[in-house]
Ligand binder design. Structure first.
Ligand code: UDP
Length: 151
């Protein structure tokens, strides 16, 4: 069964011109892009997206940061895409992320960690429907799939 993940390049990643590099990594892994938009998130969208952190001390600064500039919001599809992109992203703190991961290669601060990626199926579903409407999710079958998947 294939699944979908919500991924967003945060304002620091966009400002630092890491958009192409990040898309390249996910694309070259073999995952399929289903949706993408360039958007400056509203206060409402940011608060909803980070709702689970409402009571945390970093919440206010996090919402301010994510609404401070444009974000590249995407949906990626493929086998085990959620866990695999999380591995490619690294852990929350870039200094604790292994080299070779996006945060490990490009970040230093926890509050400037470049990218968001869904952590589990339930949050992926919630985040995809929060950021995208159904008709923005593009259905297609890449002809290369037979070279990426054995079955
Ligand atoms: N964050 C922060 N300070 C902290 C912990 C988290 O600024 O002490 C921010 C950080 O940008 C992180 C986001 O809050 O990416 C969401 O936190 P979560 O624990 O969900 O981490 P993630 O799933 O992004 O690794």
């Amino acid at each position: 069964m294939t699944e979908r993940s919500f991924v967003a390049i945060k304002p620091d990643g966009v400002e630092r011109k890491l958009t192409g590099e990040i898309i390249k990594r996910i694309e070259q892994k073999g995952f399929k892009m289903v949706a993408m938009k360039f958007i400056k998130p509203s206060q409402e969208l940011a608060e909803e997206h980070y709702g689970e952190h409402k009571e945390k001390p970093f919440y206010k600064g996090l919402v301010e940061f994510i609404t401070s500039g444009p974000v590249v919001a995407m949906v990626w599809e493929g086998k085990d895409v959620i866990a695999t992109i999380r591995k490619m992203v690294g852990v929350t703190d870039p200094l604790k992320s292994d080299p070779g991961t996006i945060r490990g290669d490009f970040g230093i601060s926890i509050g400037r960690n470049i990218i968001h990626a869904s952590d589990k199926l339930e949050s992926a579903k919630k985040e995809i429907s929060l950021w995208f409407s159904q008709d923005e999710l593009v259905e297609y079958t890449p002809t290369l799939d037979k070279w990426i998947y054995e079955n």
